[in-house]
Design a binder for this molecule. Structure first.
Ligand code: RET
Ligand code: FE2
Length: 547
């Protein structure tokens, strides 16, 4: 498995043309932009965990039936410092680094300090976020890096803390129809008040405000939720939204702040400060977007670990939300490179298989309802919400499907009733071997697989003027362990799940995590907006040229 995980990848900075077999739909024009770890050794030093790897951006540009591939390491401060020192000098998720053992006492003290009041890495390896017309590589720390989505060049470093009090933020933001970003983060150092913060970054400078300033300056806090435990906030990787609500799971997979404050001195990694408390509950917070307040009722379910929310919507006075859940935190454990590279089949067996679970939460709890009664009257699910004596509500999910991760939906249906989940299929190991289309209505699934092929997250791109939810294609970057087979971009018809085309590239492709698709129409709109802006005010031009 070293071939997939541990090996450093070569960049392909110049676009290289892929060999296309099959026929790419004529309407599919744009760029699939993705992120993931690509380098796990620097000089003689080696990262411990797959999530530590230096971010390698890659893109597939689809134009008139042809595909061009390129890749480039994110030139983060972390990357530059490591390369210059020829060893790992910045701490990551699973690897604590010690910059210079010979430095004097002052710089040593400084180093302790920056690991106590966390100033984390800017190795943004997880996802790509769109903010207005700009694109950012993201991870889960306070830093994100602006990138040029065409050349993959690294631009400014943005510190969330300048705009909102968070030390950590998810790499899975949501977008509304106007393109405003809704994200969540955790504040762990502000006056000892550990809290979860939901915030909004506008796509453009709001009307009536001084134009020309960055929309970031208009970032606003939507709602703050105090952590149940000041010294041990929940870890979370994503959250859910419906038209009017936000769903946040405060799960018993928690970060220990005291451990984090002393991790550097104890020579322990950030990952070792995370613990799963299986005897505790998972609290379900529902935030009303109109009042910007949490719904007062206490909803909870059993202990579980969720990384990815799939989708959520409102139906008959309820919130229905779907997540991929585990019984424990074995997933993060399995991605230690030591587990992935030796005795793979033995060491990387999931002790809990990820399952698609549907929860239903009643928005109004009937005072007269009997204790023990099920408050869910929605016919479409067997999920229950039981009223308890103390007024709390205990939610039990409906199990929909077993063995899937990296879920995606048609984003036009995000927050709304929907039918299809596109995901990577996993079984005993966390490494996907299939791509799955799960139909929630008929409870049936379609699959794509091929020998020695390891698919990435499947991304849905809608066809222009799409009527059905699955009118469009699925894109997935596939690496292979067969030396005879080149890595390729797979294009499936999302309806039938049959292969439309594949674009094979003779490059050293890495297995990636997440990304997005930028349609050429978006470029055109941007180009048009840029030229209008130039015409209107022949002033300085922002952002990267997109020609
Ligand atoms: C560096 C760092 C972190 C990094 C977490 C990462 C990098 C998580 C990656 C998760 C992925 C890829 C999940 C996929 O499902 C923490 C723990 C937030 C906090 C401390 C500093
Ligand atoms: Fe993720």
């Amino acid at each position: 498995m070293d071939i997939i995980f541990g090996r450093n990848r070569k960049e392909q900075q110049e676009p290289v043309r892929a060999k296309v077999t099959g026929k790419i739909p004529a309407w599919l024009q744009g760029t699939l932009l993705r992120n993931g770890p690509g380098m796990h050794t620097v000089g003689e030093s080696r990262y411990n965990h797959w999530f530590d790897g230096l971010a390698l951006l890659h893109s597939f540009t689809i134009r008139d039936g042809e595909v061009y591939y390129r890749s480039k390491y994110l030139r983060s401060d972390t990357y530059n410092a490591n390369i210059e020192a020829n060893r790992i000098v910045v701490s990551e998720f699973g690897t604590m680094a010690y910059p210079d053992p010979c430095k004097n006492i002052f710089s040593k003290a400084f180093s302790y300090l920056s690991h106590t009041i966390p100033d984390f890495t800017d190795n943004c390896l997880i996802n790509i976020m769109k903010c207005g017309e700009d694109f950012y590589a993201t991870s889960e720390t306070n830093y994100i890096r602006k990138i040029n989505p065409q050349t993959l060049e690294t631009l400014e470093k943005v510190d969330y803390r300048k705009y909102v009090a968070v030390n950590l933020a998810t790499s899975h933001p949501h977008y509304d129809e106007a393109g405003n970003v809704l994200n969540m983060g955790t504040s762990i150092v502000e006056k000892g008040k550990t809290k979860y913060v939901i915030f909004k970054i506008p796509a453009t400078v709001p009307e009536g405000k001084k134009q020309g300033k960055s929309p970031w300056k208009h970032t606003e806090v939507f709602c703050s939720i105090p952590s149940r435990s000041l010294l041990s906030p929940s870890y979370y990787h994503s959250f859910g939204v419906t038209k009017n609500y936000v769903i946040f799971l405060e799960q018993p997979f928690r970060l220990d702040i005291l451990k984090m404050a002393t991790a550097y001195i104890r020579r322990m990694s950030w990952a070792s400060c995370l613990a799963f408390h299986r005897e505790e509950k998972t609290y379900i917070h529902i935030i009303d977007q109109r009042t910007r307040q949490p719904v007062q009722t206490k909803f909870y379910t059993d202990a579980m670990v969720v990384f990815h929310h799939v989708n959520a919507y409102e139906e008959d006075g309820c919130i229905v939300f779907d997540v991929i859940a585990y019984e424990d935190n074995s997933l993060y454990q399995l991605f230690y490179l030591a587990n992935l590279n030796q005795d793979f089949k033995e060491n990387s067996r999931l002790t809990s298989v990820p399952t698609l679970r549907r929860f239903a939460v009643p928005l109004h709890v009937d005072k007269n309802a009997e204790v023990g009664s099920n408050l869910i009257k929605v016919a479409s699910t067997t999920a229950t919400a039981l009223k308890e004596e103390d007024g709390q509500v205990y939610c039990q999910p409906e199990f929909l499907y077993e063995g899937l991760e990296l879920p995606r939906v048609n984003y036009a249906h995000n927050g709304k009733q929907y039918r299809y989940v596109f995901a990577a299929g996993v079984q005993w190991s966390p490494i996907p071997t299939k791509i799955i289309k799960y139909d929630i209505l008929t409870k049936s699934s379609l699959k794509w697989r091929e020998d020695d092929c390891w698919p990435a997250e499947p991304l849905f791109v809608p066809a222009p003027g799409a009527k059905d939810e699955d009118d469009g294609v699925i894109l997935s970057a596939i690496v292979s362990t067969d030396p005879q087979k080149l890595p390729f971009l797979l294009i499936l018809d999302a309806k039938s799940f049959t292969e439309l085309a594949r674009a094979s590239v003779d490059v050293d492709m890495h297995m990636d995590l997440h990304g997005l698709f930028i349609t050429d129409m978006d470029w055109d709109t941007k180009k048009q907006a840029a030229s209008e802006e130039q015409r209107d005010r022949a002033s300085d031009c922002h952002g990267a040229p997109l020609t």
